[in-house]
Design a protein around this ligand. Sequence first.
Ligand SMILES: *Cc1c(COP(=O)(O)O)cnc(C)c1O
Length: 352
Amino acid sequence: MSRFWSPIVHRLTPYVPGEQPARHDLVKLNTNENPYGPSPRALAAISEATTDALRLYPDPTALRLRTAIAEHHGIGPDQVFAGNGSDEVLAHTFQALLKHDAPLLFPDVTYSFYPTYCRLYGVEFREVPLDDALRIRVADYRRPCGAIILPNPNAPTGIALPRDEIEALVADHPDQVVAIDEAYVDFGGQSAVPLVDRYPNLLVIRTFSKSHGLAGLRVGFAIGQRPLIEALERVRDSFNSYPLDRLAIAGAVAAWDDRAWFETQRDRIVASRERLAASLRDLGFDVLPSAANFLFARHPARSGAELAAALRDRAILVRHFPKPRIRDHLRISIGTDTECDRLLAALRDLVA
Ligand SMILES: *Cc1c(COP(=O)(O)O)cnc(C)c1O
């Protein structure tokens, strides 16, 4: 606390990111990073872009990247907005599209950055409880609101809604923006992008951090019809006109174009997820059905805090949220099979 702070700073509740330890000998399954890393072609493109051209500002709109994304989805580049990680795209979305007189709705158990943005931008919000199985029920969102945001698959549960339920939600609220945060959709969800043409109120937000193994490069994007994208552009150009640097644009374009790498690593992660889920169930864990690159699981006889601390003592990091309803769950990112085996060996010991 300081008397030098602007008043709003006193009222913020900053997001607490998962730990990024300096030690490298840890099994790091706490922040949903991709264990296989980016396409080698992305690394080569970043090296090639590392020239004295870095004295020049980058393309403010990252047109090359937006064109590559748009071609894949059969839409125009002007329907794509690119930002410095999807967290920045989300932040602009909260400010540009989700702040209205009526409250914004999102699930009570979801990405914990959402209430943080609400406090930063003064967005009124209501949390809509998940059902007893920790699922989103779209019928529960049928109430007056200013806008809606939810991740699909949801985080940290990993549970995905089928596209027709997302469509029902979007169709139910023709006068409100419905933002779908698809950070994990590549690992088994159905994307809402094919609905964008028919629904002017739908905004889909994606990231290169998870399925493209580029969390360190900071690249995210949104897809929607022009009026929504234009709102994001207006906020960007009132904040930072160059959100993506030259290296990020070069690396992201090359990663996007290397579909073979993307699909191979994604399939490996999905296979490891299914194997880990089965092994955890054998150990007595309740494991939610995940369409993401993590599992959300609890053991009926051990508290989440106890398990997370005991794993940490064994140099294994997982994420634990000390929040009502989920305090006994662990969110476990899918690592390599070797990392998953080290986790299983430790848990076998701990729950024996
Ligand atoms: C990881 C994550 C993001 C943020 O991704 P970045 O692109 O790395 O900023 C957004 N939404 C959800 C639900 C996430 O889990």
